[in-house]
Design a protein around this ligand. Structure first.
Ligand code: SF4
Length: 311
């Protein structure tokens, strides 16, 4: 009932699915067309509990962060999503989950965009999603991810909402990190981790360190030891991610996922050094699973819609 009211209140801007892909593993990827013709991706991932699912939500159309291995950023940044557009993604994913006989139990802001650069709208949406009259989500069911925007982490802390924080580190040293993540030139690893420490101290939540393994770039055992050294004494856990290749990068490189042998060796080395680490299962390997891929497929040249009047 409330969902219907909310949807009708969004009617002038209603997003509708422009494309939908379903993986053999049950992952559903939606490309939602917004009122101005632009598109964003949202993903539903089945949990190992057969009645639950997780949702991955976008915060911006495109992204300005220029992470070199990411497909989203290849078409640049177009605009921030409104809080209503973020909530619409939530409602679409909730409906997808229900039709698969599952309940949407967690959401992560790890889709297109850097949430910390649209934090006001992200937090407004999060408050609505937590509202018992809409999603009734607890803070622990919501994760906000960042590529390491330190002022954003501090602003999130000041909001006092107590959601989970995930930091995309992807390298333990500043040189490798800055090479693949331009934001690493602005905020060194020690400053990012110090901001995560402050967040953890005030929220009591354990920070997740996201680490996407790229063959020959950040997957050596020495890098695993360096990462473990950085986390020594910190209550953080590492989520190792398998890379979904996206073709030529922004800088004309081709990245490859680390082999399974190297991935497992990296994981073992982290654990041997005392770090808490897990390997996240690859999702939807038979569809355009990487962030930004589906949108790129729909619009390979990255052209903006004629109706759009953005920058
Ligand atoms: S990985 Fe995330 S922050 Fe980096 S360019 Fe892609 S969408 Fe933006």
């Amino acid at each position: 009932m409330l969902e219907t009211r909310l949807q009708s209140s969004f009617a002038p801007e209603a997003a509708h699915p422009a494309m939908r892909q379903v993986s053999e593993d049950g992952t559903v990827k939606l490309l939602l067309r917004l009122h101005d013709g632009r598109t964003v991706e949202s993903v539903l991932m089945p949990d190992y509990h057969e009645d639950r699912a997780a949702g991955c939500i976008s915060s911006q159309v495109g992204c300005a962060m220029a992470c070199d291995f990411c497909a989203t950023t290849q078409t640049g940044f177009e605009r921030n999503l409104t809080s209503g557009e973020i909530i619409e993604q939530f409602l679409h994913l909730q409906r997808e989950a229900r039709s698969a006989g599952r309940m949407l139990r967690t959401i992560v802001f790890m889709g297109m965009g850097e949430p910390m650069l649209n934090l006001k709208n992200v937090l407004a949406a999060v408050r609505r999603i937590a509202d018992p009259r809409l999603g009734a989500f607890g803070w622990r069911q919501i994760t906000i991810s960042t590529v390491g925007v330190v002022p954003g982490i501090d602003e999130l802390r000041e909001s006092g909402l107590g959601v989970h924080l995930a930091v995309s580190l992807h390298a333990p040293d500043d040189i490798t990190r800055a090479d693949i993540l331009p934001m690493g030139r602005r905020f060194p690893v020690r400053e990012v981790l110090a901001a995560a420490d402050r967040y953890q101290e005030s929220s009591g939540r354990i920070t997740t360190i996201q680490y996407c393994l790229l063959e020959g770039v950040n997957d050596s055992l020495e890098q695993a030891r360096e990462l473990a050294r950085l986390l020594d004494g910190r209550r953080m856990h590492v989520n190792l991610l398998r890379y979904n290749p996206t073709g030529l990068s922004l800088r004309g490189r081709t990245y490859a996922p680390s082999s399974m042998v190297q991935t497992e060796a990296f994981l073992e080395e982290l654990r041997a050094q005392g770090a808490v680490a897990h390997l996240r299962r690859a999702r939807g390997p038979d569809i355009d699973a990487a962030c930004g891929q589906l949108r790129k497929r729909e619009n390979p040249a990255g052209e903006r819609p004629a109706a759009a009047g953005g920058p």
